[in-house]
Design a protein around this ligand. Structure first.
Ligand SMILES: [Fe+2]
Length: 243
């Protein structure tokens, strides 16, 4: 599993002894068209695939385990949050089965997050300087989901449109992104790191201030989103949806 992450491959694994469900079960939920439009807002448009499988590759971790485990810690918490939000919305709209499915996936993602963030916690303990530099590097590149290259054959901005709708509905927004970061900064006690190199201290300062900066940018973006147009989406049966 470690090699596959460091090689830059997006994977979903059950974590031994953690009570997480097996790989195949997660994939089954993720790939099922039967989840319906609301479920796909959390899982992504399952019927849409990136060209030549490129969307399943994560190009930003450069076969570096520090970057790899920081990336997966972030990504797993983000998917835990998005599926939890989708579960809540499904319940509010009366689809209890979908709420249950999304809740189950959210719990599974939480298990993955625990495993990866504990690995990074250990990295901070034994090699704080390299780890903080990697954390800052990863955040400067921005964490983008492997699906950001997805394409349905007609919309070249498909992921941006998908993300805008998910944000407007409260499934996953830039504010959640900032919250994930804030959580990890706290969990890894980044503010309390001592004995860092001058570059390490700069990275520490950058990482600790970033969640607040993202929240300010998000507030401005929300104002712009109020005048957003509508568009027909292939992955919800050409239904017209406001961005
Ligand atoms: Fe996961």
């Amino acid at each position: 599993m470690v090699v596959r992450i460091v090689e830059g491959e997006e994977i979903e694994e059950g974590v031994a002894g953690s009570g997480c469900s097996d790989n195949w079960l997660v994939r089954l939920f993720r790939s099922g068209g039967w989840m319906g439009p609301a479920g796909r807002l959390a899982a992504g448009p399952a019927r849409v695939r990136a060209p030549a499988g490129e969307g399943r590759r994560n190009p930003k971790i450069e076969k570096n385990p520090y970057l790899g485990f920081i990336y997966t810690s972030f990504q797993e918490r983000a998917t835990f949050i998005s599926h939890g939000n989708a579960a809540r919305l499904a319940k509010q709209h009366g689809d209890l089965k979908l709420a249950q499915i999304c809740g189950l996936i959210a719990a599974d993602e939480k298990c993955h997050e625990n495993a990866y963030s504990k690995i990074v916690q250990k990295l901070f303990e034994i090699d704080p300087d390299t780890t903080i530099l990697a954390f800052a590097d990863m955040m400067r590149k921005k964490i983008s989901v492997p699906a950001h290259l997805m394409y349905d054959g007609r919309d070249y901005n498909l992921f941006d449109h998908f993300a805008a709708i998910a944000a407007r509905l409260g499934v996953y927004s830039a504010r959640d992104y900032a919250d994930v970061m804030e959580h990890l900064v706290g969990y890894w006690q980044v503010e309390k790191l001592t004995g860092l190199s001058p570059e390490g201290r700069k990275a520490q300062e950058f990482v600790c201030g970033l969640p607040q900066r993202i929240k300010i940018i998000e507030e401005k973006a929300q104002d712009r989103a109020k005048q957003a147009p509508s568009l027909r989406l292939s992955w919800v049966y050409d239904r017209e949806v406001r961005l």
